[in-house]
Design a protein around this ligand. Structure first.
Ligand SMILES: [Zn+2]
Ligand SMILES: [Zn+2]
Length: 311
């Protein structure tokens, strides 16, 4: 879950950087505020030192759709081109629950998800990240089946196959009724959607850790990546959410922490960023902003962890 921006000192109010941020061979970015209009996020991301970024295209905790103007979409494309910002990742609204048992919630979720896809297409985004939902009130298999069916039905006739947008299913912290707490559940959803929608995965380091995967110790990290390769497939992980964790392994508590300052630590992020099998992916932080500049510092930390000979 991306951090709050309430106490952020807006980087748009500061003077622009004198020298452009040095390019990295890895795509590294952070969830960026869309205050003042979605297109402003591109300028912010650039100033934060990113070459990729993530945004919300609507208010993350409200159902009301957000209408994008043609001008905003054009401006977003222009700024991304100018600053070489790619991919653009959009995170769906948190209220969307495609596994919902309540028909009204399901209906609203499908409409909201369709709106997310429409806005992602209008903005020219490469990826739309979705949490697979909560199956409270039924068994998990039925929840997975419904989520897959609802994703397909909600996007009917949007002709996703012709565009460059891929929907990414994100692994979750493994809370009692939430889908996606294991790689196998993410893989099952991807299998069900094969040939129906362009789909792949987004893997969050904090969620892996609190869901119980060992990613801290070297042998544990190797085993965990082996399990990910055997289920989802490493090449199918297009975005890594890089978040350290305030909570202990297996706690199922989703509390993001600054890179290197939590229970995961720097070494895991160094291994992640320098694994040649993961070079195709984008690495995006969703870390908190406790003091002004925390966003810039977390991006800089991720960039520093890329070993010099590679980047
Ligand atoms: Zn989270
Ligand atoms: Zn995440």
């Amino acid at each position: 879950m991306p951090g709050s921006i309430a106490r952020e000192q807006d980087i748009l109010q500061l003077a622009p950087p004198k020298r452009p941020p040095r390019l990295s061979s890895r795509r590294i970015g952070i969830h960026t505020s869309v205050a003042g209009g979605v297109e402003n996020a591109a300028e912010r991301a650039y100033r934060l030192g990113c070459n990729t970024f993530q945004i919300f295209s609507s208010s993350p905790r409200q159902w009301a759709p957000y209408l994008l103007s043609r001008r905003q979409c054009d401006e977003m494309r222009r700024l991304r081109e100018q600053y070489d910002l790619k991919p653009l990742v959009i995170h769906t609204n948190y209220l969307v629950n495609l596994a919902a048992t309540n028909p009204l919630v399901l209906q609203k979720s499908m409409e909201a998800f369709r709106g997310e896809v429409e806005r992602a297409l209008a903005l020219g985004a490469e990826y739309l990240v979705l949490h697979p939902g909560s199956f409270r009130g039924r068994d998990r298999e039925a929840g997975l089946r419904q989520t897959a069916a609802a994703m397909a039905a909600a996007t009917e006739q949007l002709d996703l196959a012709r565009g460059s947008l891929t929907v990414l299913v994100e692994n979750t912290a493994g809370a009692e009724y939430s889908l996606g707490g294991s790689f196998e559940q993410v893989a099952e959803l991807l299998d069900r959607l094969q040939g129906v929608l362009p789909v792949a995965a987004c893997i969050d380091t904090c969620h892996m850790h609190v869901a119980g995967y060992d990613i801290v110790d070297v042998a544990g990290w190797r085993r965990t990546l082996g399990r990910l390769e055997a289920s989802v497939g490493l090449k199918n992980v297009r975005v890594w959410h890089c978040n350290d964790s305030k909570a202990a392994r297996g706690s199922r508590l989703d509390r993001h922490e600054h890179i290197g300052k939590g229970k995961i630590g720097f070494e895991t992020f160094r291994r992640l960023l320098n694994d040649s099998r993961l070079r195709h992916a984008a690495f995006i932080a969703e870390t908190p902003i406790d003091t002004p500049g925390d966003d810039q510092r977390n991006v800089a930390t991720l960039r520093r962890l890329v070993v010099a000979r590679d980047g």
